[in-house]
Design a protein around this ligand. Structure first.
Ligand SMILES: Cc1ncc(COP(=O)(O)O)c(C=O)c1O
Length: 385
């Protein structure tokens, strides 16, 4: 029950990667032989597929990265260094994954800009009213999780935030690492300027992800990583860059990962609504059952569609996770790369179970039964009674 960290592979994803590895492997954009042309065309085909999947205007708006983390760091260090300066504000939330917090914290340290941090509501959602109220003419970038990784709460009205930030001359980045698995995404309808996601959270491989950026913005952005495959011309005096997206893809690319990502999108796209509906129902039921266990504290949102975050009073999250592991129940425990949120919740760590297409009702029953047993094992029954 750790789909939110990294998912297991559907068979078609394994098959596509195996097939490419055994019959199609070659460098892209480099070789002058048929195998390399075919690999390049498969690689570029996935770029178009991603563009269609998230509603980008053109495939040139899709940059392959190693994941959400690399995508957000790229925006912060390229776009951020261009558009943020002293007197600017960068607005994030306290519920952000470190991947969508640290790059902005560093950018603010580098530029003298102010990091403005939105709070969460009682249900663990980013307080969107607070965000709207705090966007002003100094706000250059708003960077928010479309779905947070600890509470599982989703942004309700990204469009309103996009409109407000645009009206003030700023830009919106959405961290789609958790959101894309659960909801259809149309970056144009959302109104975001950047959208980042990872393959391994949408049933694809790890080490591959994408940055969507509006073409006019990518065109202005300088590359951050320099190397092979991204230049127009290099001399001993200087260099010029290829247009986006190649400008941002220095070095040999994770072609196998891209192929797997394409197969994962093929798998997810026609099934996502059904998977989300199934997971939502199961998550709601399990949440009620966990809430009924004395001493269980819940940290995930009532509206979460696949996330159950909780603690057992008096038991460290790591001890509870280890107890569950002894029953072959794999959950995550810790700060979930969201230490500002842990501070806000005043807990050092929480246990998080996340559901995916392959999580069975029986898995859920076993989780609830094991948490009940853990309470007895750790002495909670006598303590709580
Ligand atoms: C909300 C959120 N953002 C960003 C990330 C980072 O993703 P990756 O490690 O694939 O770069 C994660 C991963 O857990 C996440 O849940």
């Amino acid at each position: 029950m750790d789909q939110g960290a990294t998912g297991q592979y559907p068979q078609p994803v394994i098959d596509a990667m195996m097939n490419f590895a055994t019959t199609g492997n070659a460098p892209v954009h480099r070789g002058l032989y048929r195998l390399a042309y075919d690999a390049t065309s498969a690689f570029e085909g996935v770029r178009q597929q991603v563009a269609d999947f998230i509603g980008a205007r053109t495939a040139n708006e899709i940059v392959f990265t190693s994941g959400t983390t690399a995508a957000i760091n790229l925006v912060a260090q390229s776009f951020g260094r261009l558009f943020v300066d002293q007197g600017s504000e960068v607005l994030v939330s306290v519920a952000e994954h470190h991947s969508n917090f640290l790059p902005w914290q560093r950018l603010c340290e580098q530029t003298g800009a102010k990091l403005v941090v939105a709070p969460i509501t009682a249900d663990g959602a980013i307080d969107e009213q607070w965000v709207l109220a705090h966007i002003n003419v100094h706000t250059r970038i708003v960077a928010l999780a479309q779905e947070t990784n600890v509470s599982g709460a989703r942004l309700q009205d990204a469009r309103a935030i996009a409109d407000r930030v645009h009206a003030n001359g700023g830009y919106l980045l959405l961290d789609g690492a958790q959101g894309l698995a659960h909801q259809a995404v149309d970056v144009q309808a959302l109104g975001c300027d950047f959208y980042a996601f990872s393959g391994h959270k949408i049933y694809g491989p790890s080490g591959i992800g994408c940055l969507y950026g509006r073409q006019e913005l990518l065109t202005e952005m300088p590359p951050v990583t320099l190397g092979g495959g991204m230049i127009e011309e290099v001399s001993i005096r200087g260099a010029s860059w290829l247009p986006a997206p190649e400008r941002f893809e220095a070095g040999s690319q994770n072609v196998l990962g891209v192929i797997g990502l394409g197969a994962a999108i093929d798998y997810l796209q026609p099934r996502r609504a059904a998977i989300t509906s199934y997971c939502s129902t199961l998550t709601r039921q399990l949440r009620q059952q966990l809430a009924a266990i004395p001493d269980v504290q819940l940290y995930s949102s009532q509206a979460a569609c696949a996330t159950l975050s909780f603690n057992l009073d008096g038991v460290h999250a790591h001890d509870l996770a280890t107890f569950l592991d002894e029953q072959n129940i794999a959950v995550r425990a810790g700060h979930h790369c969201a230490q500002p949120l842990m501070h806000a919740l005043a807990v050092p760590a929480v246990v998080r179970a996340t559901l995916g297409a392959y999580t069975s009702v029986r898995d859920g029953q076993r989780l609830v039964a094991a948490v009940q047993q853990a309470r007895e094992f750790f002495g909670g029954e006598s303590h709580g009674a």
